[in-house]
Design a protein around this ligand. Structure first.
Ligand SMILES: [Zn+2]
Length: 67
């Protein structure tokens, strides 16, 4: 599966990304340190959940509803 670098638009394979950044429950794949810096400085601009992958952490936690 390929993920899109939200900064430069390059398509990245999971293991080929420079870094994976989790933001608001979504993992974003960045191709290089430059994109990482750009992303970190403009999170609200680049963080688009449809480009990333839902962070596993959230789905692994069992849901417990108080009802
Ligand atoms: Zn990039």
């Amino acid at each position: 599966m390929l993920f899109k670098d939200p900064v430069c638009g390059k398509r990245l394979q999971r293991g080929k990304a420079h870094i994976v950044i989790e933001y608001e429950g979504v993992n974003y794949f960045l191709c290089c340190p430059r994109c990482q810096t750009e992303f970190e400085h403009n999170l609200k601009l680049y963080a688009r959940p449809e480009l990333g992958e839902k962070a596993k952490k959230l789905t692994q936690v069992p849901h417990r509803r108080h009802s």
